[in-house]
Design a protein around this ligand. Structure first.
Ligand code: F6P
Length: 328
């Protein structure tokens, strides 16, 4: 079957928002218009295709958004799109709107939906990794991760002041949805004493190891970053354990929560999002389909959906050891 020439691109953001998504929307819109294409913005993720919330975008629709957190297109986790009927309906909407290809910006769930849809309808889609979790395989980093890391670092710096004043042990829970990148690198950036992450939670009792290794030998206060995940026990679970098993510690918990998802994107995230947005349109024009834009060693790469979402992105375990050494 000959591929239909792409004249109109649809763009949407889906799943959890991430700082830098707006910069990506801007880059997609302007690169497409520069190349003589039409751009249609789809609101609220895949839901916009089902409730028909679609708007023709001009270059001015994306003016003054590069510095804004969140996503001007809104976002959602769309249940209907997980059903064959929902996707059939969405395909009908794309045909009605004469949208020939899609750029979807989001995380694991977004790309999983894109993969199923593109296979079902032979529809060209390019994905852009937009998630603070940094958990997509085939890209060194994802849009929003750097901003979230900086937010974590600033929050931990503040907590450190009070932790030191009171000689307390703090468990600070960070996001990551079963991935430890934010916890590990957030800990390194803020000089925390340790990170408890899901990647090694099944193998070791990290809390016990930490305390047995005498991690507070030369200090009165300590900060431990904990990745949210059932497998780590979460900050609350660990604090409860310490209160029972090691009552000599004065423990407190902070759950950073959605503060990590907001805020103006860092320069790194804006640049990454701009490069990936432009690369996504270039890829569609070059006839690429069903790939995610990635960045490896500062070069744009294209990663098949099947690879990006199927493989667990490995965490650099040497960094855990380094964190331990630097916190003595
Ligand atoms: O995937 C991004 C993320 O922020 C995860 O780190 C977190 O587990 C999840 O989204 C929270 O989702 P929601 O905003 O729907 O509560």
């Amino acid at each position: 079957m000959t591929e239909r020439k792409i004249k109109c691109i649809g763009v949407l953001t889906s799943g959890g928002d991430a700082p830098g998504m707006n910069a990506a929307i801007r880059a997609v819109t302007r690169t497409a218009i520069y190349n003589g294409l039409e751009v249609k913005a789809i609101y609220r993720g895949y839901r916009g295709l089902i409730i028909n919330e679609i708007e023709l975008f001009k270059t001015q629709n994306v003016s003054n958004i590069i510095q804004q957190g969140g996503t001007i297109l809104k976002t959602a986790r769309c249940k209907e799109f997980t059903t064959p009927e929902g996707r059939e309906y969405a395909y009908g909407a794309l045909q009605k709107e004469e949208i020939d290809a899609l750029v979807v910006i989001g995380g694991d769930g977004t790309l999983t939906g894109a993969r199923i849809f593109s296979e079902e309808f032979n529809f060209p889609i390019v994905g852009i990794p937009g998630t603070i979790d940094n958990d997509l395989f085939g890209t060194d980093t994802t849009i929003g991760y750097d901003t979230a890391l900086n937010t974590i670092m600033q929050a931990v710096d503040k907590i450190r002041d009070t932790a030191t004043s009171h000689d307390r042990l703090f468990f600070i829970e960070v996001m990551g949805r079963d991935a430890g990148f934010l916890a590990l690198n957030g800990a390194i950036a803020s000089g925390a004493e340790a990170a408890i992450i899901p990647e090694i939670a099944t193998k070791d009792d990290q809390l016990e190891l930490l305390i047995k290794n005498g991690f507070r030998k030369s200090k009165n206060s300590s900060i431990v970053l904990v990745a949210e995940s059932e497998s780590t026990g979460g900050a609350m679970g660990l604090a409860n354990r310490v209160q029972i098993e090691y009552p000599q510690y004065d423990v407190r918990v902070t759950i950073l929560g959605h503060i990590q998802r907001g805020g103006s994107p860092t320069a790194n995230d804006r640049i990454l999002a701009s490069r990936m947005g432009a690369a996504a349109v270039d890829a569609l024009l070059d006839g690429q389909r069903n790939v995610m834009t990635g960045i490896q060693d500062d070069e744009i790469v294209y990663v098949p959906f099947s690879k990006a979402i199927k493989n667990d992105k490995p965490i650099n375990r040497d960094l855990l050891e380094m964190l331990r050494i630097l916190s003595i």
